[in-house]
Design a protein around this ligand. Structure first.
Ligand code: FES
Length: 142
């Protein structure tokens, strides 16, 4: 029996400069957003360890309510958390949610904006960090 549509929430990944176009996929509240994005065969966010250890999937939650599983302070500080930064692989949506890729931490990270919110990465990406790729939608099965 199919699950009622109300069990699913919408997760939209948007990009600050509008490129690539925002992508929306369905998520369930019990599963990390990144895992569900991968399950949908989308590549809107970088995917690394999938367990909170590498930090490549940092995002800023622009809209919506959520909770997170335990995250490494190396990748998400308390100040980051206060600014709605999270790791997508540890992020559980509890409403429809809008997220943006967040810059990496460390010496290559751009300085925070005047309001203290880290700037999104729009220029060159630090070596060794995967760049978000445009979403790829698989054709519908016949
Ligand atoms: S994929 Fe490594 S921290 Fe999320």
């Amino acid at each position: 029996m199919a699950r009622p549509a109300a069990d699913f929430l919408a997760c939209t990944v948007r990009f600050p400069d509008g490129e690539p176009e925002a992508v929306t996929f369905e998520v369930v509240a019990e599963g990390p957003v990144l895992h569900q994005m991968v399950r949908c065969a989308l590549r809107a966010l970088p995917v690394g360890c999938r367990g909170g250890g590498c930090g490549v999937c940092r995002v800023r939650v622009v809209d919506g309510t959520y909770r997170t599983l335990r995250m490494s302070r190396r990748h998400v500080t308390e100040a980051d958390e206060a600014n709605r930064i999270a790791l997508a692989c540890r992020l559980l949506a509890s409403s429809d949610i809008v997220i943006e890729p967040a810059p990496p931490v460390g010496p290559t990270a751009p300085p925070p904006s005047a309001d203290g919110i880290p700037q999104a990465t729009t220029g060159p990406v630090a070596p060794g960090r995967p760049r978000p790729t445009p979403p790829v939608r698989l054709p519908d099965r016949p």
